[in-house]
Design a protein around this ligand. Structure first.
Ligand SMILES: [Zn+2]
Length: 81
């Protein structure tokens, strides 16, 4: 598996070949890890979805799945497994 580039920030354009953009608004994105191309930067395992937020706060419903969090200088990344 490949590593996500998150230093200094995550950029979708560096990951187009493996991530499918499911949802995009000004400050948040949801991406699908197609064919487990990328590994989670936190635990090293394949992840299912990647949520990227540049908002200062973020609320979630019940994720009902294990998840990892990664922060960059300007983003919060939540990866579900
Ligand atoms: Zn993880």
């Amino acid at each position: 598996m490949q590593q996500l580039t998150i230093d200094p920030t995550f950029d979708i354009h560096d990951h187009r070949h493996g991530l499918k953009l499911l949802k995009d608004d000004r400050e948040t994105m949801v991406l699908e890890n197609r064919d487990d191309v990328f590994a989670c930067p936190a635990c090293g395992n394949a992840f299912d979805r990647l949520f990227v937020s540049e908002k200062r706060t973020q609320s979630f419903g019940n994720p009902n799945t294990p998840f990892c969090m990664v922060r960059t200088d300007t983003q919060l990344l939540v990866l579900t497994h």
